[in-house]
Design a protein around this ligand. Structure first.
Ligand code: UD1
Length: 341
């Protein structure tokens, strides 16, 4: 298939492009490079053995998005392009709604105009809000605790309504748990700008010597060791989940309508367990200090991944050690990310 991948130069996008190319699909990437690097795509091309076309377009630019779709004529779209920093979304809500919700509206309109109505959407377990009943199933109550989370919640609703309005639409709402890890080649990985917000990139930068120590946000949660428990999933497993979802919703026999699938492992790991696994994988010590809880953090979050297993034939196969080993291969081989390596 001819596939347009928005945000395809970013962390999850670049790994998904690798898997789509490995399946024999043709891929065009639409990305404004605001939090991504053209070098990532160049390396994706290296891994795949063929170059990937990049359209440098901002999803909030409606005319440019339409022109991109008219040029690329995709049969399906995988939509990653969005802003994703929780704290920043509290400071700049309008920008988050404009890019994440408005960008998706531009994309839907352009897709409709070119007759492409097969869409895989990058959603998040953040749409379960402050849910405390674990594991999370796709039928767990939805909500949000910050503007970023609301943009995912609202975009899902927009897409469900669009799919309900016209039976030609097929939409996969993929709810990611905590993506970590890197391609086993060590050539592509997560390269956050500024201070990492998320746990594993922060640990990786401590291990490689870019930062002094990890701050553990709270060790008084109601969990076995007091630190927060999350469902970490290897980014290559996640990328394979996109391929499986696309197969499910595309072609003449593809399921129509909008469907949500959790992409997680079903297993939770605590902050201390992740630190220990990363120390084993890297052979480096990761000094930690404990600080108060971060606003909005829940004690525990993990998926029930049964629906994706039963309906997509997909399960996450890579464990926490492999996630840390692959992160370390990427981080140690590219201490400054894509910048100077
Ligand atoms: C966060 C976002 C979530 C978003 C996801 C992916 C919040 C509240 N949630 O999820 O909406 O979808 O990232 O971008 O920001 N931790 C530390 N020290 C650190 C960083 C994290 O102890 O320096 C702990 C956290 O308290 C948590 C765990 O590590 O228990 C994972 O944190 P993180 O990687 O930020 O992911 P989430 O909070 O699950």
């Amino acid at each position: 298939m001819q596939i347009l991948v928005t945000g395809g130069a970013g962390y999850i996008g670049s790994h998904t492009v690798v898997e789509l190319l490995a399946q024999g699909h043709e891929v065009v990437v639409l990305d404004d490079l605001s939090n991504a690097s053209a070098e990532a795509l160049r390396r994706v091309g290296e891994i795949a053995g063929r170059e990937v076309e990049l359209l440098e377009v901002d999803v909030t630019d409606e005319a440019a998005v339409l022109a991109a779709l008219e040029g690329a004529r995709p049969e399906a779209v995988v939509h990653f392009a969005a802003l994703k920093a929780v704290g920043e979304s509290v400071e700049q809500p309008e920008r988050y709604y404009r890019t994440n919700v408005g960008g998706t509206l531009n994309l839907v309109r352009a897709m409709d105009a070119v007759g492409c109505r097969t869409l895989v959407f990058s959603s998040s377990a953040t749409v379960y809000g402050a849910a405390t009943q674990m594991p999370l199933t796709e039928d767990s109550p939805l909500g949000a605790t910050n503007p970023y989370g609301w943009t995912k919640f609202m975009t899902e609703q927009v897409l469900r309504d669009v799919a309900a309005s016209d039976e030609r639409w097929s939409v996969a709402l993929l709810r990611y748990f905590n993506p970590v890890g890197a391609h086993p080649s060590g050539r592509i990985g997560e390269d956050p700008r500024g201070v990492p917000n998320n746990l594993v990139p922060f640990i990786a930068q401590v291990a490689v010597g870019r930062r002094e120590q990890l701050t553990v946000f709270g060790d008084d949660f109601d969990t076995p060791d007091g630190t927060g428990v999350r469902d970490y999933i290897h980014v290559v497993d996640l990328a394979e989940g996109h391929v499986a979802a696309l197969a499910k919703i595309s072609g003449p026999d593809g399921v129509r309508g909008a469907h949500a699938w959790n992409l997680g492992t079903g297993t939770g790991s605590s902050v201390r367990q992740v630190v220990a696994a990363f120390e084993r994988a890297s052979g480096r010590e990761v000094p930690v200090r404990v600080a108060p809880r971060r606003a909005g953090d829940v004690a525990t979050s993990y998926a029930d991944p049964a629906r994706a297993r039963d309906e997509l034939g997909w399960t996450a196969r890579r464990g926490l050690d492999e996630m840390c080993e692959d992160t370390w291969r990427w981080q140690s081989g590219n201490p400054q990310g894509y910048a100077t390596s």
